[in-house]
Design a protein around this ligand. Sequence first.
Ligand code: SF4
Ligand code: SF4
Ligand code: SF4
Ligand code: FES
Length: 990
Amino acid sequence: MSFTLTIDGSVTESRANERLVDLINQVGAKVPQVCYHPQLGPIQTCDTCMVEVDGRLVRACATKVSSGMNVSTKSAKAVAAQREAFDRILGNHMLYCTVCDNNNGNCTVHNTTKLMAVEHQKIPFRTKPYEVDNSNPFYRYDPDQCILCGRCVEACQNVEVNETLSIRWEDPHPRVLWDGGKPIGESSCVSCGHCVNVCPCNALMEKSMVGKAGFLTALPKNALEGMIDIVKGVEPDTGYGAILKVSEAESAMRESRIRRTKTVCTYCGVGCSFDVWTKDRQILKIEPQDGPTNGISTCIKGKFGWDFVNSSDRLTKPLIRDGGKFREASWDEALGLVARRLAEIKARSGPDSLAFISSSKCTNEESYLMQKLARAVIGTNNMDNCSRYCQAPATMGLFRTVGYGGDSGSIKDIENASLVIIVGSNTAEAHPVLATRVKRAHKLRGQKLIVSDLRKHEMAERADLFIHPKPGTDLVWISAITRYILDNGLAHTAFLEKWVNGLEEYKKSLAPFTMEFAAETCGLSLETLKQVAQMITEAEGVCVLWAMGVTQHSMGSDTSTAISNLLLVTGNYMRTGTGAYPLRGHNNVQGASDHGAMPNYLPGYQLVDDPEVRTRFEAGWKVTLPSTKGLDNKEMIEAIHSGKLKAMYLFGEEISLVDSNKNFVEEGLSKLDFFVAQDIFFSDTCRFADVVLPASPSLEKEGTFTSTERRIQRLYQVFEPLEGSRPDWRIIHEIANRLGANWNFKHPSEIYAEIASLTPLFAGATYERLEGYKSLQWPVAADGADQPLLYTKRFNFPDGKARLFPLTYSQPTDQVNEEFDLHLNNGRMLEHFHEGNLTYRSPGISEQTPDVFVEVSPALATERGIKTGAWVQLVSRYGKVRVRALVTDRVEGKELYMPMNSSESPVNRLTSSFADKVTHTPAYKEASVRLLVLGENGDSPLPRGNPRFGHRTPQRGVEVERKWQRPDYRVPGSPMVFHATKSKPNGNGG
Ligand code: SF4
Ligand code: SF4
Ligand code: SF4
Ligand code: FES
């Protein structure tokens, strides 16, 4: 409902629930607002936004507009209150802008000083009795510069929800506290950077900025202090106006050398986007602001994990294997050799003796070119990407039931759910920013959370209900609950009648899945199972999130299907707050599959054996295309062993570490006649190559990534490719042309135009529509309309109806027995991405998490006499590794967990070649081992400074009411001490 009100004498229109501060900003009135951040909401700590509403002073940030309001932002009373509030802030912050690394045009304190034309401060600056805290590897806190706005606390408590920060308002000299008063480096801080991202001044700052951003800020400490003293000395005479002019001139000079370039995170599939601040080749900082997925959010990797880009061991010369050793070669020689050998092998053994593996770290355009090289130039569908290792089963489950292999909605839709169920996903560590949205909704909005996992990780600890089924049995409890819901008349019958086919046949298939069978098979109580069913049926909207704890099983596709079946039976599709969300692992694993890096699909999931599809691509590419499905990753390794596959070209994929049964994979790769590996580092996989080609990471190229939300986003070139390296798309392009392709793409935008012209799913996706921070969530119609919520009018089947898919259960593979008596689980950890090729090159990350380990339960540790730090050997049916133990109650009984971040002791030496029957995704999570205690004790594999040893201090936010209760607090502009409650000074309240 809209209405009018008056601001400074002008009538303006507004709507109910709008914040007054937002309306004031919209109409262009200039009101200070130091603590206000639209993404944090009103914090109400600074009092600088005081305005008069109908004669009363209120905080504009905490006031909702109402019809007929008369607002004055410039009345004497308002201005005096604003000024008084800002004076208090300057009492906590020394203005030394010219020699401050935060003097970059976006400092809120500086800009407010200027806005308010402050010449002299009434409350003198006073230092606080605390030292600067430098104990975190990535950022530092300077209490003397801290204005106590509490933005950082609000971000940590209520956006990131790591709950590390607080301000003890009752202290004589309040400051920001980590875990209630620990050094940052000994606290629960996970270095996500949220606090630094929102700090309105230089109190919290990335260490990579300190001494680097300004022209004068690198001066030695005593010289800097001398300059600060000079500035303070002249202030009484000249006033701040003149001083600010000097600092603004210096700030303007910085613009000539500091660049800010938008990029999209290269790590996980959440799809965070941000500006990269650079000076020459130095990365000064990562600044997230308005990314469509992440807003102000990042995790440790996206915020601080970029050292690898300028690492001294980047590959900069092609390498050719020569007499058992690698020698450096020119690009011309290396590319000539690649083209010649690929052509020879094709001529000798046929196109299907070659295989191609695309990278889910690289761009959509690069995956598209790779599959075009395989299909149009070589003539084979032997083309795959690492979604085979993780996501293919989830995609299959969704193809079977709802028709598209993508998340049903956006992260916002997950936030809107009244119940979130997480199955087999350590979301807070593997998809950290997405997890923050669940944690936030759970903490602030009462969203319910069920977690099913083997480990008691952070999400499990936060859950309303944590269940721990026996390994590999998720399909059973999910199907049993679905049957229970149907049997007890709790299904959403109207939804089923209107939107779903196959109910009767599906019901029959559920016959074995009684609650009793589930209780027995999964090791869960009947009460627990019924409680899950009840929570689902009582919820207004349910979203299910799952990841590799589901997909990397021999029944991965079927369990994913069971999840979607459950959602259909309960009507949890087709609206916000509902749906299926398989969480994509790599930044562009969704995009690699979307763009045809699969053995059975051309781009946009168009089947290679569909004549109409092939005809369209053949006309576009002017070639004849192969019509039979090619080999997937698993089949490729088997085909090398059987002698059918002779050559492989792979880029940006660490197959020898991340494929299961490493010994078998290594043996296969070493049998290839010719192997080309393209990467930014000499990876483990490169050891088996005949030619190694040096590529460029995401910051050195343009293109697009597609995140787990099906969100296509552009990345822009931050740096020139490191000398000697080349962007992957240019390398693939050159190889294709040396093989006679005659391609002529000058820029990735031209590649995307070709993709859109041949692929209905992306028909309207253009670089213009993706400019800057704009994004599109596929499918994108020709007119540019996209679909944030995937199913609104129909499911993706010819009749528009979803399909229930009958399932049966079979036992997991590689089960424990007397000889291999322990179940081994594995997965990611927060700080490292996957095997750690990129993240180990960040000294800060390596300091916090230097090595891999195996988590051992307290019970097993007692039984076997294992202490944290003890070296153990794990032996499976396929191999063995030596690793240190970490005793933790995150794991239970005879279940072990190993993160995958190691090339020395990789968990895949232990995993088998068993795989999901439908998609061939390895059953990584079905592994059994025996454990030998080696009798040597080392240090804990996780240093004491690791945040896992910290103690969070949860609270509802900055708790400004406690500040208002201080005896020395007075609402600015009020005549006397006023012990306020949260709503009192704000007119119609917060
Ligand atoms: S977890 Fe650490 S880095 Fe993240 S917001 Fe909290 S204090 Fe800041
Ligand atoms: S450190 Fe926190 S409280 Fe201090 S100025 Fe920065 S955001 Fe505000
Ligand atoms: S959550 Fe994922 S995309 Fe976002 S910053 Fe972290 S690693 Fe990058
Ligand atoms: S902006 Fe700080 S109290 Fe409103």
